[in-house]
Design a binder for this molecule. Structure first.
Ligand SMILES: Nc1ncnc2c1ncn2[C@@H]1O[C@H](COP(=O)(O)OP(=O)(O)O)[C@@H](O)[C@H]1O
Ligand SMILES: [Mg+2]
Length: 263
C-alpha cells in the first residue's frame, strides 16, 4: 500500500502551521499501528480525523500532546519538535477523569490553579465554562452525583476554562445522547469562531465531522495513513441543524463513507 500525500495547501494560505507531522510512524512492539503519515494543520483550522477503530487516530493526538514519541518521523508544534508533554494543548478524551474529592467547580478550576491564574478571573472563567456546557447549577456537586454525560461535560469545561490555542478532541461526545451532542456541536462552533483556536477532532461519526470541520481526513485501516482528504466548503457560520439539509452535505457524506473501511 502506498502512502498518499496530502494535496498542497492553497498558495494564499499563509497562516502559521500549528501541527506538522512528517513521515510519522507508530510501532508497538511488532505491531505497525500507523503511518507513515504526513499532515499539516494551520492556525484556526478545524480538522476532523475519521477512520476505522485501531487505525491510529488516538495515537496521532497522543503524539501532538507529547505523551507518545513517534517510532519514525517528526511531530512539530508551531515549529518546535514535540519531545515532552505539550502544555499548550487542551486534550479532551473519553478517558479524562474528575477528581472525586473535588466539586465540579473545583475540578474545572484545577488547570487554572496550576497556571496560577488570578482568583477573580478564575472564578469568572469557571462560571462561563460551566454555563457553556450546560452545567450551571451543578457547581457544588461531586462527581459521584453526576451521569457519564455530565462528567464528560465537566471535562470539556475544564479545558474551555483555560482557553488553549489548540484543542485535541478524541471522540469527546461519544457518551452524550443525540440532543446533547447537537447542542455541544453548536457550542463548539461558537467557541471555535470566538477564539480562533485550532481544533483537531477525532470521531467515528461522519455527520459530526462534516458539520464541524473545514477539512476531513479519512485514515485507512491499520496501519492507518491518510487515505482521503476532503475540504468541506459549507458556508460559515454554520447552523448545526440547517447544515445537514444542504445538498452538498449528503454529497460529502457519500464521498467520505465510500472511502471509510468500516469492516
Ligand atoms: N500504548 C500502546 N501499546 C500497545 N499498542 C497500542 C498502544 N497504543 C495503541 N496501540 C495499538 O495501536 C493501534 C492504534 O491505536 P489507536 O491510536 O488507539 O487507534 P484508534 O484511536 O484509531 O482506534 C491499535 O491496534 C492499538 O491497540
Ligand atoms: Mg481512539
Amino acid at each position: 500500500m502506498t502512502a498518499l500525500t496530502m494535496p498542497p495547501l492553497p498558495a494564499h494560505d499563509d497562516r502559521e502551521t500549528v501541527i506538522d507531522f512528517q513521515g510519522v510512524v507508530a510501532r508497538f512492539g511488532g505491531l505497525h499501528a500507523m503511518g507513515p503519515t504526513s499532515l499539516t494543520v494551520k492556525r484556526g483550522e478545524f480538522l476532523a480525523i475519521v477512520g476505522p477503530s485501531g487505525c491510529g487516530k488516538s495515537t496521532l493526538l497522543n503524539m501532538v500532546a507529547g505523551t507518545l514519541k513517534p517510532s519514525e518521523g517528526t511531530v512539530r508544534y508551531k515549529g518546535e519538535l514535540v519531545d515532552r508533554i505539550n502544555h499548550n494543548v487542551g486534550y479532551i478524551t473519553q478517558k479524562n477523569f474528575c477528581l472525586p474529592w473535588r466539586t465540579v467547580e473545583a475540578n474545572v478550576r484545577l488547570p487554572l490553579e496550576f497556571r496560577k491564574h488570578p482568583k477573580a478571573e478564575t472564578a469568572a472563567r469557571v462560571a462561563a465554562a460551566l454555563e457553556k456546557v450546560g452545567l450551571k447549577g451543578f457547581e457544588q456537586a461531586y462527581p459521584k452525583q453526576l451521569s457519564g454525560g455530565m462528567l464528560q461535560r465537566v471535562m470539556i469545561a475544564r479545558t474551555l476554562a483555560y482557553s488553549p490555542d489548540l484543542y485535541l478532541m478524541d471522540e469527546p461526545f461519544g457518551s452524550l445522547d443525540a440532543q446533547l451532542r447537537t447542542r455541544m456541536h453548536g457550542e463548539l462552533l461558537k467557541l471555535w469562531q470566538e477564539t480562533g483556536a485550532t481544533f483537531v477532532f477525532v470521531t467515528h461519526d461522519l455527520h459530526e465531522a462534516i458539520t464541524l470541520a473545514d477539512r476531513v481526513v479519512v485514515m485507512s485501516k491499520r496501519p492507518g495513513r491518510p487515505k482521503l482528504v476532503v475540504d468541506i466548503d459549507l458556508a460559515r457560520p454554520r447552523d448545526v441543524i440547517d447544515v445537514q439539509s444542504d445538498p452538498a452535505f449528503s454529497a460529502y457524506f457519500k464521498r467520505l463513507w465510500t472511502a471509510l473501511d468500516v469492516h
